[in-house]
Write a protein that binds this ligand. Structure first.
Ligand SMILES: [Zn+2]
Length: 84
């Protein structure tokens, strides 16, 4: 999508959020249990819950989850009217 050294910052109107892929291939997308033994080649099998799936799909799900969790900006606190 981008050439070396390009980050996409020059694209106007698009907000970027970078997600670290660290441990996403060894973390269960079902129960979040993390162990390097969960992943054996192309197959992911959770040692805790037994969830089994293609390892690439598990990694993609975890990256998406991480993106959603990290990119959500909390709404500012709104004043609340209290009538006593
Ligand atoms: Zn699991």
């Amino acid at each position: 999508m981008f050439k070396d050294g390009e980050t996409g910052d020059e694209v106007v109107g698009v907000q970027w959020h970078t997600v670290s892929p660290q441990y996403t291939s060894r973390t269960c997308s079902n129960c979040s249990y993390q162990d390097k033994l969960n992943c054996n080649g192309d197959i992911f099998k959770c040692l805790r819950c037994g969830h089994r799936e293609d390892a690439d799909i598990v990694g993609a799900k975890n990256i998406l989850r991480r993106f959603i969790e990290e990119s959500i900006v909390p709404l500012p606190a709104r004043p609340v009217l209290v009538v006593e």
